[in-house]
Design a protein around this ligand. Sequence first.
Ligand SMILES: NC(=O)c1ccc[n+]([C@@H]2O[C@H](COP(=O)([O-])OP(=O)(O)OC[C@H]3O[C@@H](n4cnc5c(N)ncnc54)[C@H](OP(=O)(O)O)[C@@H]3O)[C@@H](O)[C@H]2O)c1
Length: 253
Amino acid sequence: MKLGDYFKNKRVLITGASSGIGAALAIQMSKWDAHLVLVGRNEGRLADVAGKCGQNTALICGDLRDPSVINRIQKSAEAAPMDIVILNAGTASYDADESFDAAQFNELINSNVTTMAHCVQAVLPSLRKSRGQLALMSSLAAYGGLPKSSGYGAGKAAVRLLAQSLDLDFRHLGVPVTCICPGFVQTPLTDQNRFPMPFLIDVDSAVIRIAKGLKARSHEIHFPKRLSLLLKLVMSLPAAWQYQLLRWATARL
Ligand SMILES: NC(=O)c1ccc[n+]([C@@H]2O[C@H](COP(=O)([O-])OP(=O)(O)OC[C@H]3O[C@@H](n4cnc5c(N)ncnc54)[C@H](OP(=O)(O)O)[C@@H]3O)[C@@H](O)[C@H]2O)c1
């Protein structure tokens, strides 16, 4: 089966569809004739993406921290069960030099983890009925602690464990749960970064890698392999070696 055929006529919900990876996923899936429900916060940008996706597109506009938006997602999933739900929305911010801000940490956990948990609860009953699949957006930053990334890394690690745990609980019931772990992808989020981003890839390449992993119903989608396999290797070493290697590799950040 060709990659695009897998998504033809599938009902796909994507959060964070107004920008970056989510927007590019939506546009590509529309070319494959998926029926889309797109969730995003910025009304104008979400409408622009919808305009590129054609008529099989419904929109839910609002902030995922608002319970009424979660409620609308649940209603939409109940009205027409989803085949694929991609919980992609997320934000990033980094610690200032030699400081730690608990409020910023809390905000990242709320935006990147807590909202995702509410979305999971909203869509899971419908996914169980349709035996659909769920994908949660984590990051290669989840593989281990990195400098200045306390909130972002901890949040993405929580998402990764959330996905692994849900996969154990629901895959055998017909709902595979995939964790998506990208390295650096060029999007408005990374455009703000002022540090070197090794192995940065373009958003369309990221979309194809994600689509292939969804078609394979993978447990984890990780890319680019040069970076993900290197990180997996480093994180398999004793903690003291990990520390030395990561200190050396990130000294200029
Ligand atoms: N780019 C990378 O290198 C990279 C690498 C690893 C993982 N990721 C993850 O991939 C996901 C997408 O990132 P991206 O690079 O595509 O970033 P992006 O261009 O900034 O897009 C983020 C999307 O999430 C939405 N969003 C954020 N907080 C939200 C909230 N509270 N309620 C509703 N929507 C919210 C944004 O909506 P608005 O624009 O409407 O505000 C936007 O649609 C994130 O979870 C990110 O952590 C990205």
